[in-house]
Design a protein around this ligand. Structure first.
Ligand code: NAI
Length: 398
């Protein structure tokens, strides 16, 4: 039975899932490891589960010939050398959508609080000021929510917003199926019509300073801006100016261009001190439920790979949709993506008199991955021949 090593206090839902599926060789370490300690911990591991603080670079991976798969129990995968892992035949999995609901709920809460001017009332009450004025405080009902980026989180925010009576408009450069009352519009029209604008775009060069001075100026007077996507998406000085001018009535930011690496580092931002701005320390997706979902989601992907070799949603590897192993033998073959590899492999099967009952092949960049099912035992000499072929990176009999 495969050995699974879990580092960095991964949520107990993961262990529960592994155990339910018959994996009982699980070793756990409460913190990230590095250097020789890491190599010692992973020497016998078939699968490793990490969070963001364990670094699995090319030099670590080359010392772990037994390791078959890596699970990042988080969203990001920067801590793993994905190319080196793929070249070693190791698929890497993560949990990109486990915290979608958590972010969406926070955004709706922020929209309600900002429209009611609660951040200012709260700040004033803390200073002993009893401001009961209804001026500028609005219900969400019949207000327009403008979503920039109608992906997983954006679409979920739209559904929740409709349930509190909002009209949903969105902009996305890709054509997306509108859910509920949501309607697509050009970016400028979303900004001009929305009482609340919320950003749910990916990071990267295409979205840096998406909300710059010009776009902030397109927003309806007294509207509010929410950003729980990536820090670079809003030009912070321009937002600061729009808030100081009173053009925008408020903002909520969960992500920033420069975020402290730990509690010990001070959070510096020109937005500190605005009573009408909600600042949160990148916790949009940080809930108990999201952690539990991550534990379950990544464990499920690892179990599927370990038991069936399937790789749906691997971040660095050819993806083969899940099908349980229901045959006597399943052969996993990771190889260089070059002509003739599968033809030569199938000649070997035929020469041994083995009948292929199903075969699935996918390629991604330099890597090809084939899963072959045969309904009889595969002799060790065939496995030796298959594994010795020059294009083969890794092969295994399940
Ligand atoms: P997703 O990939 O499902 O959706 C992103 C959408 O943005 C896609 O529909 C895409 O077509 C669209 N898009 C791309 N470029 C665009 C542009 N220039 N203008 C408008 N739309 C554009 O991503 P998901 O899962 O919805 O995540 C959205 C963002 O939320 C990501 O940046 C992610 O990193 C961030 N996030 C933040 C969290 C937090 O704790 N605050 C937690 C989880 C995700």
């Amino acid at each position: 039975m495969s050995e699974i090593v879990l580092l960095e206090k991964i949520h107990p839902t993961a262990v529960a899932y592994f155990e339910q599926h018959g994996f009982d060789r699980i070793r756990q370490f409460p913190r990230a490891l590095s250097g020789q300690e890491l190599l010692d911990a992973l020497g016998e591991a078939d699968a490793v589960g990490i969070r963001s603080n364990t670094h699995l670079g090319a030099e670590v991976l080359q010392h772990l010939p037994r390791l078959r798969t890596i699970g990042c129990f988080c969203i990001g995968t920067n801590q793993v050398d994905l190319v080196a892992a793929a070249q070693a035949g190791i698929p890497v999995f993560n949990a990109p959508y486990s915290n979608t609901r958590s972010v969406a709920e926070l955004v709706i809460a922020q929209a309600i609080l900002l429209l009611r001017r609660i951040p200012e009332k709260n700040a004033k009450a803390h200073r002993g000021i009893w401001d009961k004025s209804a001026l500028g405080a609005f219900e969400t009902r019949n207000k327009t929510l403008g979503i920039i980026g109608y992906g997983n989180i954006g679409a979920q925010v739209g559904i929740l917003a409709e349930s509190v009576g909002m009209q949903v408009r969105y902009y996305d450069p890709e054509s997306k199926l509108p859910l509920g009352n949501a309607r697509p519009l050009p970016l400028q029209q979303v900004l001009e019509q929305a009482d609340v604008v919320t950003l749910h775009v990916p990071g990267g060069p295409g979205t840096v300073n998406l909300m710059n001075r010009e776009r902030l100026a397109m927003m309806k007077p007294n509207s509010v801006l929410i950003n729980a996507s990536r820090g670079g998406v809003v030009e912070i000085d321009a937002l600061d100016a729009a808030l100081r001018d009173g053009r925008l009535a408020g903002a909520a930011l969960d992500v920033f261009p420069h975020e402290p690496r730990s509690e010990k580092e001070e959070f510096i931002s020109p937005l500190r001190g605005h009573d009408n701005v909600i600042l949160t320390p990148h916790i949009g997706g940080s809930t108990e439920e999201a952690q539990a979902n991550i534990g379950q989601e990544v464990a499920e992907k690892l179990v599927r790979f370990l038991t069936a070799g399937t790789t749906r949603s691997a971040v660095n590897f050819p993806e083969i949709a899940h099908q349980a192993k229901e045959v006597v033998s399943r052969i996993l073959n990771v190889h260089k993506n070059e002509p003739g590899v599968i033809a030569r492999m199938n000649v070997e099967y035929a020469s041994m008199g083995l009948n292929i009952v199903a075969q699935h092949l996918q390629t991604k960049g330099a890597i090809g991955y084939a899963i072959t099912d045969v309904d009889e035992p595969v002799p060790p000499e065939l496995m030796r021949k298959l594994c010795a072929a020059p294009a083969v990176i890794r092969c295994q009999l399940l």
